[in-house]
Design a protein around this ligand. Structure first.
Ligand code: IPE
Ligand code: IPE
Ligand code: MG
Ligand code: MG
Ligand code: MG
Length: 290
């Protein structure tokens, strides 16, 4: 794990802890929500929000609600992704998946609850002007919804047991995974009131990084170590998923990953030295082992 991530991890976890602590939430639901959020995620998406905002000169306190919201939506997407009706996985971050630890209904509802709570947190953030909150909510909901993550997940399920063309594969990955990662970076720019040229640089970086992230995920399913990644390796193959590795093979997937890494880094040129952390993160995403 790169050094720079640790500070952002600590920061977002402190804030998530405060958001997920209410006597008004039924205890079993709260327990399941906390289980899905506090079980060792890398917190890449919150780090992207913080790093983009910070690179453009915003105080980190302006980014806390968005960082928490996006991580909650990510956690919800993982709970649902692991359900028997979807990827049917029993291991996540080295521990039983939420529906195994609790039960299916509780897992579904914990996901639903995290999704709603995410938007409530941004809507109520006193550190941000009302217009900024609306812009952030619009951006995050678009990334999570039918033309983003949820749409991509549907394409993913429809692509089991069949071959799809390159364009569909890329569209699926950009939607199911790229959209939320890319929104994290773009939201950092919104929080910092980025001038158009820098907002555009962040968007291009996020677009490349988002796809790179899922290509590496596909590669890790093939070559990773269950002990290290905390998920069962070979699961994509077993479920006859369409992935970058199943369509292109390991070598081509690796080559494409490196192209995307460089594309992401190139996009940051307008940020100059302030983009150093984001550049490092692109290297980490492409080379991570978990
Ligand atoms: C895993 O995401 C699911 C994908 C979108 C590929 P992460 O690799 O960011 O998962 P955690 O949060 O660190 O466990
Ligand atoms: C997950 O893709 C995309 C999501 C929106 C959660 P995967 O199904 O490949 O993610 P893992 O490998 O289970 O983490
Ligand atoms: Mg999946
Ligand atoms: Mg999965
Ligand atoms: Mg995967």
């Amino acid at each position: 794990m790169i050094e720079v991530l640790a500070d952002y991890q600590r920061r977002v976890e402190e804030h998530l802890d405060a958001c997920l602590d209410s006597a008004s939430i039924p205890s079993r639901l709260l327990e399941a929500m906390r289980y899905a959020v506090f079980n060792g995620g890398k917190r890449i998406r919150p780090a992207l929000v913080y790093m983009a905002a910070e690179a453009l000169g915003a105080a980190l306190s302006r980014a806390d609600s968005t960082a928490c919201a996006i991580e909650m939506i990510h956690a919800y997407s993982l709970i649902h992704d692991d359900l028997p009706s979807m990827d049917d996985d029993d291991l996540r971050r080295g521990q039983p998946t939420c529906h195994i630890k609790f039960d299916e209904a509780t897992a579904i509802l914990a996901g639903d609850a995290l999704h709603s709570l995410a938007f409530e947190i941004v809507a109520r953030d006193p550190a941000l002007a009302a217009g900024t909150r609306v812009e952030l909510i619009g951006r995050i909901s678009a990334a999570a919804g039918p033309t983003g993550m949820v749409g991509g997940q549907v394409i993913d399920l429809q692509s089991e047991n069949r071959t799809v063309d390159d364009a569909t594969l890329e569209h699926m990955h950009r939607s199911k995974t790229g959209a939320l990662l890319s929104a994290s970076v773009v939201c950092g720019g919104i929080i910092a009131d980025a001038p158009p040229v820098l907002a555009d640089a962040l968007a291009r970086y996020g677009y490349a990084l988002g796809l790179a992230f899922q290509v590496r995920d596909d590669i890790l399913d093939e070559i990773g170590d269950t002990e290290v990644i905390g998920k069962r390796t070979g699961a994509d193959h077993a479920r006859r998923k369409t992935t970058f590795v199943s369509v292109h093979g390991l070598d081509s997937a690796g080559a494409r990953l490196d192209e995307l890494r460089l594309e992401a880094i190139d996009a940051l040129a307008p940020l100059g030295e302030t983009g150093a952390g984001l550049r490092q993160l692109a290297d980490f995403v492409a080379r991570r082992d978990h």
